[in-house]
Design a protein around this ligand. Structure first.
Ligand code: SAH
Length: 233
């Protein structure tokens, strides 16, 4: 969003004249100079996010804000997108002779991992800060081993790591991931923390790895109007 645009706080309907003003008021962060944030305010911003999700039931319907019915459509579109980009960017993926690893960021109860990523990737790691979500994902996915039905390599696909941490504190292992998938959670990070996470994520990617960001975007106030998938290299 450019600095002149009006940014809305959807929680309590506050509006701000600029992105800079919003971040300053909401999270004590100077979005332009990246100088000395107000750490108490920033802490409060992140705690409020966690507090909200801690009160939400650990189900697909819960993490999708009551719109659990969109999950299969969401997965179908992501699946098509992933097949396209992997086929184009990683030719050895199609031949089935590449060991693929993905990271699911803000993974919730593991919906994206279970329904999408495990179909394509041999190893998937989850990073999620809300304890009861991650525990549900762990219970559901620990012994969930899938034989790939997308690429015909007949090798087993499984979850390897469950990281209980928020993205602003997470640093991926260097050079581990073919794809870092960030879906419906990046709005929790302040602009600066997103940029610094993005830079750390780059180090976590293999040289031809992809960073995928899937978010709702809106041209007119209300969110949830469009869903946009974007890759970065
Ligand atoms: N990506 C999942 C969950 C979306 S709900 C899916 O599509 O099914 C948003 C998720 O973001 C919740 O699981 C919430 O706990 C998580 N979240 C909240 N604050 C976060 C933060 N600072 N870093 C990473 N994830 C966060």
């Amino acid at each position: 969003m450019d600095a002149g645009a009006v940014a809305m706080d959807s929680e309590d309907g506050k509006s701000y004249s600029s992105r800079k003003e919003m971040w300053l008021q909401e999270a004590g962060e100077d979005a332009e100079t990246s100088r000395d944030p107000d750490l108490n305010k920033k802490d409060e911003w992140y705690q409020n996010g966690i507090k909200y999700w801690t009160g939400v039931e650990a189900t697909v319907d819960g993490v999708l804000g009551g719109y659990g019915n969109v999950s299969s459509w969401d997965v179908m579109e992501s699946d098509r997108f992933l097949l396209d980009v992997l086929s184009e960017c990683m030719p050895d993926y199609v031949r089935g002779n590449r060991h693929l690893v993905a990271l699911d960021c803000g993974a919730g109860v593991g919906r994206v991992t279970k329904q999408l990523l495990l179909r394509h990737f041999h190893e998937v790691d989850l990073v999620e800060p809300v304890q009861h979500f991650l525990e549900t994902a762990r219970r559901d996915l620990k012994s969930h081993i899938l034989e790939s039905n997308v690429i015909q390599d007949h090798s087993l696909h499984r979850v390897v790591n469950f990281f209980a941490t928020p993205l602003q504190n997470f640093t991926p292992e260097p050079n581990r991931y073919d794809v870092i998938w960030v879906q419906w959670c990046i709005g929790h990070l302040t602009d600066q923390d997103f940029v610094t996470f993005f830079l750390r994520a780059k180090v976590g990617l293999k040289p031809d790895g992809l960073f995928v960001l899937k978010e709702n975007v809106s041209k007119c106030g209300m969110p949830n109007l469009f869903c946009r998938l974007t890759t970065f290299r």
